[in-house]
Design a protein around this ligand. Structure first.
Ligand SMILES: [Ca+2]
Ligand SMILES: [Ca+2]
Length: 265
């Protein structure tokens, strides 16, 4: 695992709740993509009147226009984690660069509908990773992209017997009914009378990684118009293959890159 390969920064906007007991448990939260860096695997070819082909590199990042949130559905299948899937909106900003002679063109898609993308498969996640060797410290209760096949801890059983049957009504705010008042409840909307911190996951940041050729953008339905690059350049209706570029996230130190989302745009 290497921080340097993360290319997408995702924010979970709400808390995930996994009330005790009862696995598997599922919760869904809104997410937004707050940073993304992709680069063309090979240059595209721009032509002029059908000839004079030129290679242009393509970089894809986010438009200043912010799209609606996406969503992440997280399934907890064992005490230390499970799997997740996500669908998310991306409003791309394309930067085309010609090396020689130097030229740059920017295409902001902010006026168009965002692209709706999704993760491929069901990547794993863990709350924490004490049993797994990693090169950085663990994230904050949600670590995407990490599996924990060695986790053998058993979940705290449901409270039963006389203690539970007393069924006292606390004189406090206790929406989850776990007899721990909200100001002191570490998961105020998840039933966790033991105050197990893994009964919920606070909002936070996750790093994702796109595989080397894991994304593409197809311009066939909405080609780059004629004269975009230069007055005599042809329309570009082709497909660009993209891979992740490092966000260099070391300065923040609060997240962790996760499993690759696949992007089909
Ligand atoms: Ca409570
Ligand atoms: Ca609680």
């Amino acid at each position: 695992m290497n921080w340097g390969t993360a290319d997408t920064l995702v924010r979970r906007l709400d808390r995930l709740d996994f009330p005790e007991p009862g696995l598997p448990a599922v919760d869904t939260v809104p997410i937004e993509i707050i940073q993304m860096e992709l680069r063309s695997v090979a240059p595209i070819t721009v032509t002029y009147g059908g000839g004079s082909p030129e290679p242009w590199d393509v970089r894809v990042t986010l438009s200043p226009t912010v799209p609606p949130p996406g969503s992440m559905t997280v399934t907890k299948t064992h005490p230390n984690g499970g799997t997740f899937s996500a669908q998310f909106n991306v409003q791309p900003l394309f930067v085309f660069t010609r090396a020689s002679p130097p030229a740059v063109r920017v295409l902001d898609t902010g006026a168009q509908p965002p692209l709706l993308l999704q993760t491929s498969g069901t990547p794993p996640w863990v709350h924490d990773c004490p049993n797994i060797v990693l090169d950085t410290q663990c994230g904050t209760n949600f670590v995407p992209g990490i599996n924990d096949p060695t986790d053998t801890r058993v979940q705290v059983p449901a409270q039963a017997g006389p203690q539970a049957e007393r069924n006292l009504t606390p004189a406090c705010d206790d929406p989850d009914g776990d007899k721990v008042c909200t100001p002191d409840d570490n998961c105020p909307t998840a039933f966790n009378p033991t105050q197990n911190p893994n009964a919920c996951v606070l909002p936070g940041l996750d790093y994702w990684e796109t595989p080397p050729t894991g994304a593409q953008h197809d311009f066939s339905t909405d080609p780059i118009p004629a004269s975009f690059f230069f007055p005599t350049s042809d329309p570009f209706p082709g497909t660009v293959c993209l891979g992740g570029e490092s966000l260099n996230p070391g300065a923040t130190g609060t997240g962790r890159h996760g499993n690759p989302p696949s992007r089909h745009a």
